[in-house]
Design a protein around this ligand. Structure first.
Ligand code: NAP
Ligand code: MG
Length: 496
């Protein structure tokens, strides 16, 4: 919408539908009275919480207050964790009857369900995501991953018919901050089901729920050393990757660090899976149900503040319906409630860290400088904490940085196309290949476009749907290897 007349029409529509603060929701914050956590954490090694050193704070990004302090593991501490994992693998876990292993994994899943409310609150406090997402999406999926993989533990021979399968050994796992517990579940559940022991490092800004998960490992009586969790920053992650007694590295994070890791283990016997960044194309054809598509666009880019590797951050909309879609989208964006992550009505919570907020500001400024048109929601932002307005860019061209680079925030870039072929070419014109969405009334079009998109996950007439039985992973610079489903077991098994 570039002309003045369109802008005026848009303002009229907005005025017609929005009523200032009249229809605002009363505050509905989730109570934090019952959540328990320590002020200081070391590491979880050999079934015990051990003290560490070089503590750093993890803050609540919505208030900028320190929640707790966490130690940063050095090479010697990582070595202790790896030795503990090795001993547990060789002495207990690797030898245990698969049906027995399954019981522990199942018990972990049940304990997560029992503690879901507390875990969801802590996840929102430490990371900034809206409580309705951590409560209704993250935690149910976390539990579901453990329960799903518990089911596979004693059926591995059926999973790969005709082959002999065995565990690998010790897995080193490094995860990001956007879905702290869910990424831990994606890593731990298949590794444990396949009979491996692990050393996991959570992200520096969101280590709290991993420590709570360690408590649940104790409560589940998981044999000491099967799961070890070390806190720390990139240096700790690098020490895990480099450790000579790690058999397999599983990493989820940025493409930049993924490349460093790939170089670091080149020439070693270590196996590797990389789940990296993305710039997902969400394609709206003119025959799509547009109101549903608009909901899908909103869900695709504003879910978890856009801190989603598979976010639908590039909207490709057919020219004939572009005006209508953008108008509906801007109206819908106005009704998103941005603010306190612990408020049950919040749609968009806090940006995870000041560094991430700075990165979003920088990329948004580049969009403005390169000539794209910015549209932002007019909502009030809280005076403290890290927040960013839901933002849409129109008049974006393929060469703009905002069309190429992962912003990892609530910022959508809109491009248009005329034919399915052009949509496909634009969708594939990216160094990434993690996810895509297609919206159309025609099943044949959905399937033919989905088949030609170079992305690991393609959703039809929906977006951001996850299930533990469904494999997830990338093409090109979005990484390799799959997590979830049967495919997710393979990287943790020797299949002969
Ligand atoms: P990141 O900077 O790559 O960090 C990921 C993890 O690696 C963190 O635990 C980090 O520690 C650690 N790390 C940093 N440098 C390291 C090194 N040299 N060696 C080993 N580990 C190192 O990524 P992020 O900013 O946390 O996460 C956002 C990225 O993750 C986005 O690009 C997103 O697309 C991607 N992601 C991908 C998927 C997927 O499944 N494909 C899922 C979620 C997120 P610190 O926390 O201390 O930095
Ligand atoms: Mg934090």
């Amino acid at each position: 919408m570039t002309t003045k007349t369109n802008e005026q029409a848009h303002s009229r529509d907005m005025a017609g539908l929005l009523f200032g603060d009249l229809w605002g929701y009363a505050p509905s914050p989730e109570s934090t009275d019952h959540v328990r956590y320590a002020q200081r954490y070391g590491h979880f090694i050999n079934g015990r919480f051990v003290e560490g050193k070089d503590h750093f704070p993890s803050i609540n990004p919505a208030t900028e207050e320190v929640i707790a302090e966490f130690a940063a593991a050095d090479e010697a501490e990582v070595d202790q964790a790896v030795q503990s994992a090795r001993a547990a693998y060789a002495g207990v876990w690797g030898k245990m009857k698969p049906a027995e292993r399954a019981k522990y994994i199942y018990r972990l899943g049940r304990l997560i369900q029992e503690n879901a409310r507390e875990l969801a609150i802590l996840e929102s406090m430490d990371g900034g995501k809206p409580i309705k997402e951590s409560r209704d999406v993250d935690l149910p999926l976390v539990a579901a991953h453990f329960l799903y993989y518990a089911g596979w533990a004693d059926k591995l021979h059926y999973a790969f018919p005709g082959a002999t399968v065995s565990s690998i050994g010790v897995a080193g796992q490094v995860i990001p901050w956007n879905f702290p517990l869910l990424m831990a579940a994606w890593k731990l559940a298949p590794a444990l089901a396949a009979g491996n022991s692990v050393v996991l490092k959570p992200a520096e800004t969101t280590p709290l729920t991993a420590m709570k998960l360690a408590e649940l490992c104790q409560e589940a009586d998981l044999p000491a050393g099967v799961v070890n969790i070390v806190n720390g920053a990139g240096r700790t992650g690098a020490a895990i990757v480099k450790h000579p007694d790690i058999d397999k590295v599983a990493f989820t994070g940025s493409t930049e660090v993924g490349k460093i890791i790939q170089r670091a283990i080149a020439g070693t016997r270590k196996r590797l899976t990389l789940e990296l960044g993305g710039k997902g194309a969400n394609i709206i054809f003119e025959d799509a149900p547009l109101d549903q598509a608009v909901e899908g666009i909103i869900q695709g880019i504003f879910f978890n503040q856009g801190h989603v590797c598979c976010a639908g951050s590039r909207l490709l909309v057919q020219e004939s319906v572009a005006k209508e879609v953008i108008q509906k989208l801007r109206l819908r964006m106005e009704s998103l409630r941005v603010g306190d992550p612990l408020d049950k009505n919040t749609d968009v919570g806090a940006i995870n860290s000041r560094a991430q907020l700075d990165k979003i500001h920088e990329l948004v400024q580049s969009g403005i400088d390169e000539g794209a048109h910015i549209h932002q929601s007019t909502c009030n932002l809280p005076s403290r904490g890290f927040f960013f307005r839901p933002t849409v860019f129109t008049e974006v061209s393929q060469s703009h940085r905002i069309a190429q680079e992962e912003i990892f925030g609530p910022v959508l870039s809109v491009l248009t196309f005329r034919t399915p072929d052009e949509a496909l070419k634009k969708a594939n014109n990216s160094p990434y290949g993690l996810s895509a969405g297609i919206w159309s009334d025609k099943g044949s079009k959905l399937f033919s476009v989905a088949g030609a998109i170079r992305a690991g996950v393609v959703w039809g007439n929906t977006y951001n749907q996850f299930d533990p039985a469904s494999p997830f992973g990338g093409y090109k610079e979005s990484g390799f290897g799959r997590e979830g489903g049967l495919h997710g077991l393979k990287p943790y098994l020797e299949v002969r």
